[in-house]
Design a binder for this molecule. Structure first.
Ligand code: CA
Length: 222
């Protein structure tokens, strides 16, 4: 694990870095907010430990700047116990954790490990049902490319598994306002999707519920 540690109290930093490195965490050090930000934008750190009271730029400013640039490296904020307001601000600007000074370096190391392990930092990008998994980012179904409308339909079905979705619902969600009642198009795209499910040998199927709509369910279900 490689972290960036931004702290202006050099004697404190030296002691913390010594202990962290001994426990196998490699540390880059910055002494003020400006230098910290210059390093923090690099995509090489597993986490950043950021003191709040810093010369040149405060820890809050550094954090805000990072998040505004879309940099999501986990951040632990440090500040004196009394600065509750700072804590709230930090968490509002997207800090992942907060540690009050004085702290035990072993505790910081443990929190760093927990943070770097935590996969939930990433927003959900995959929805799944049965043996199907759909990627919301690249809009693939079990890594299979889909057309835009196929993707819209399967996304709706996967978000409501084992629920009947009416043609009208799908039309308004997939075709939007320019649907103008051409509901047979839904059937066409459902048949394309069924072929893809077959190709994937999926255990799931899209069932037609006569007069009501469509339901994503297990092949075993009646
Ligand atoms: Ca400080």
């Amino acid at each position: 694990m490689r972290i960036l540690y931004v702290e202006d109290e050099k004697y404190l930093a030296d002691a913390v870095i010594h202990v962290l490195e001994k426990s196998g965490i490699s540390v880059d050090y910055a002494e003020d907010g400006e230098e910290g930000l210059n390093l923090a934008v690099k995509p090489i750190y597993d986490a950043i430990v950021l003191d709040i009271m810093l010369p040149k730029l405060s820890g809050i400013d550094v954090l805000r700047d990072l998040r505004e640039r879309g940099i999501k490296t986990p951040v632990i904020m440090l500040s004196a116990l009394s600065q509750v307001e700072d804590k709230i601000k930090g968490l509002n600007y997207g800090a992942d954790d907060y540690l009050a000074k004085p702290f035990k370096t072993a505790e910081l190391a443990a929190r760093l490990r927990a943070l770097v392990r935590r996969p939930a930092l990433k927003p959900e990008t995959v929805i799944s049902y049965s043996d199907l998994y759909y990627n919301l980012e690249d809009r693939t179904l079990n890594d299979l490319a889909l057309s835009e409308k196929e993707a819209n339909i399967i996304e709706s079905l996967l978000k409501n598994p084992e629920h009947v979705l009416s043609k009208e619902y799908l039309l308004s969600h997939v075709w939007g306002s320019d649907a103008s009642g051409e509901d047979n198009y839904v059937e066409v795209y459902i048949s394309y999707l069924r072929k893809k499910l077959e190709k994937l040998k999926s255990k799931a199927k899209i069932k037609t519920i006569r007069g009501l709509g469509y339901k994503l369910c297990s092949k075993n279900s009646s």
